[in-house]
Design a protein around this ligand. Sequence first.
Ligand code: SAM
Length: 219
Amino acid sequence: SDHSLDYPHAPDAVDWAIHYPTDPGPPEFADVGCGFGGLLIALAPLFPDTRMLGMEIRVQVSQYVQDRIAALRVTPDAPSHYQNISIVRANAMKFLPNYFAKHSLSAIFFLFPDPHFKQRKHKARIISPTLLAEYAYALRPGGIVYTITDVQDLHEWMKSHLDAFPLFESIGEEQLRAEGKGPILDAVYTSTEEGKKVERNNGQKWLACFKRIEVARET
Ligand code: SAM
């Protein structure tokens, strides 16, 4: 359970040098429920100066990602030194604010999140009004929420909650590509293990992205 874990009491209590030894500091991208780490590994060489953190609740999976990053860091001919990506084993639904300070993120990713199909399990979904307030707090104005899923019902759910939340506005794929986010979108579609699985099964992918809006006189 969560009680057996040591969580930082606040973002400034995190020793970022453990995560990013060559350039310590707080991360700017968060991959929530990162699974096996495909997005982090795809983005690391594209944005070598951007620190990124994955959050994954499964112990073995998070350990696997940690080992994978450690191995990539010492691979001589790798396309990057992968010093800018790291992972924490954490329940993002409970402890996201412990890791990410106010307005510290420019991107937050929810790629192929668990669908929790049954109605009574909807509260277990990673997108909900309460959690959106936390995501809006961690994202800086202009920051982007990326969601993608192969489950249409979950897509509608995430979209409707994000649409209804006053601090987010929908932003289309074309607009994002025009703003230079094409490489990120390509990775969102294809880089993760779940995304590849959907491809193998010829499944459909639904993307929905939102911009954290600027608010006048925000406290
Ligand atoms: N994003 C990855 C991908 O696209 O391949 C993984 C997708 S997988 C279907 C969903 C992941 O979210 C699982 O690895 C699961 O363990 C993780 N997860 C579920 N709830 C979580 C939570 N509350 N905090 C952190 N990770 C969570």
